[in-house]
Design a protein around this ligand. Structure first.
Ligand code: UD1
Ligand code: CA
Length: 477
């Protein structure tokens, strides 16, 4: 199995090698390898060249068993396969499957069909083809009067008559290894680009009286390649349509497929509901009955059954069964909301556990904390976890009531069942069941407004209020 990925991808105009650009949360190279992987292939050889260090590193991360072979000079697709076969020689009796690193929509099933036909017909070369609306730039499949493939002609070398052919070369082939290795040694560079064309193996096979098959893909979209960012976006949208449709067929409600983006690594259970303008990324998993969105972005999150995540942004967070999140919550890595817990409007949580049924309903920051069960955190509470140098932890016992606008200065422990008074700055541990008050005592300076702000609207209002109080008292006498 050979994946061609040495090209420069000039038209991407990018510092990133083309095959490392991503759609559906996976690199183009990753898509090619995933399609091949489903076949249970033998050895996988990836031909790299442009941006080789970055591609090699990525390959080691996603497919450590694959061989990376460097094509020093980009002398064409035929040369690339030759380099691969020289470095990792195939068994002469084996089948060598060749795919390009920039065709991310190819399905395993399509490759399996190509291989099955190839084996059944004992072909020397089988090429996957498709009829496309705009064949510009592709190699054309030339067939004889009995429909057999005779050659593949590149767009640049094609005659006007050949340019009218709409059946094109996908760049995916199955080869008899023994035939391939000897044909690769005979490729010429007598063409407009001065390159060794892999496509010329077809003509060589015909000349040698070998069988050449052209196998048409059922869905022509599968063979589309990425050459620039316009195509990257178009294929990204196509892949997303496919993924979203698969989940709908599996029992997930998607209100607006057009504004819903789901990465290929995401998993959803039947009867999950995905509302408009929602993005599910990475390895996110959503359980049955959960409602996500509208307007929610989740990356690598776990969402429990029946949970609701409304207009929120979360990364590496666990949202328990029946929990409520949002609108406008920001859950950062290490957040774990227990069953039926709540993170409400304008709440940020990171690296913290919120116990079952506990609520952080409004305008709060919770960092580096462990909150027990049945706790209520009053509005505008801040877990003051950072002293400018180090982060410190806060522990909140079960059934604690934290008053609104409390600063909890870590390291700190609030004992089970304790309360804090609203507006407190809590710097010392609170014993179980105690009320902690950490604020100045209020004093009222009578008549201050009329003395210091005479004639102001406030002073007039105050005078009127005082007069009506006096009148009431007089009437009561
Ligand atoms: C190639 C085919 C064309 C087919 C099209 C399908 C040839 C001569 N032409 O054209 O018939 O319709 O793919 O998309 O094969 N690569 C290397 N080393 C090289 C040259 C290319 O690794 O020296 C890799 C590229 O990274 C790419 C693939 O081979 O993944 C195809 O190369 P590209 O230059 O894109 O070929 P096309 O002109 O698209
Ligand atoms: Ca191409």
């Amino acid at each position: 199995m050979v994946v061609l990925a040495a090209g420069e991808g000039t038209r991407m105009r990018s510092a990133t090698p083309k095959v490392l650009h991503r759609i559906g949360g996976r690199s183009l190279l990753g898509h090619a390898l995933a399609a091949v992987d489903g076949l249970g292939p033998g050895r996988v050889v990836v031909v790299i060249g442009h941006g080789r260090d970055a591609v090699r590193e990525h390959l080691a991360a996603i497919a450590p068993a694959a061989f990376a072979v460097v094509q020093e000079q980009r002398n064409g697709t035929g040369h690339a396969v030759r380099v691969a076969c020289e470095e990792v020689p195939p068994d002469p009796a084996a089948i060598v499957l060749v795919v390009c690193g920039d065709t991310p929509l190819l399905r395993t099933q399509t490759l399996a069909t190509l291989l099955a036909e190839h084996e059944r017909e004992r072909a020397a070369v089988s090429v996957l083809t498709a009829a496309v609306a705009d064949p510009t730039g592709y190699g054309r499949i030339v067939r004889d009067s009995s429909g057999r493939v005779t050659q593949i002609v590149e767009h640049r070398e094609a005659t006007a008559q050949q340019l009218a052919i709409d059946e094109v070369n996908s760049g995916v082939y199955a080869f008899h290894a023994g035939f391939l290795t000897q044909a690769l040694g005979r490729l010429s560079t007598a063409n407009s680009q001065g390159e060794q064309y892999l496509t010329d193996v077809v003509g060589l096979a015909r000349a040698a009286g070998e069988t050449v098959l052209g196998v048409r893909a059922h869905d022509a979209r599968e063979i589309l390649g990425v050459n620039d960012r316009v195509q990257l976006a178009a294929l990204g949208a196509e892949l997303n349509r496919r993924v979203v449709e698969d989940w709908m067929r599996a029992g997930v409600t998607v209100i607006d497929p057009a504004s819903t983006w789901i990465d290929v690594g995401v998993h959803l259970e039947p009867d999950a509901v995905v509302c408009p303008n929602t993005q599910l990324h990475g390895a996110t998993r959503v359980a049955a009955g959960a409602v996500i969105g509208p307007g929610t972005t989740l990356t690598d999150c776990l969402v429990g059954p029946g949970a609701e995540v409304l207009s929120s942004y979360a990364t590496q967070a666990e949202i328990g069964a029946g929990a409520h999140v949002g609108p406008f919550s920001f859950l950062r890595p290490g957040t774990r909301l227990g069953p039926d817990a709540k993170a409400g409007a304008f709440v940020e949580i990171k690296n913290s556990i919120v116990g079952a049924g506990s609520k952080v309903p409004h305008l709060s920051y919770v960092g580096d904390a462990e909150i027990g069960v049945g706790v209520n955190i009053g509005a505008a509470t801040v877990f003051v976890n950072y002293d400018g140098v180090a982060k410190h932890r806060t522990t909140v016992g079960d059934h604690v009531r934290v008053g609104s606008d409390t600063m909890l200065v870590a390291p700190l422990t609030l004992g089970a069942g304790s309360y804090t008074a609203a507006g407190s700055v809590i710097t010392q541990d609170v014993p179980p069941g105690a009320l902690a008050v950490g604020r100045g005592t209020q004093r009222n300076i009578e008549g201050w407004v009329e003395r210091k702000r005479p004639g102001s609207a406030a002073a007039t209002a105050a005078a009127a209020a005082e007069k009506s109080t006096t009148d009431d008292l007089e009437r009561a006498e």
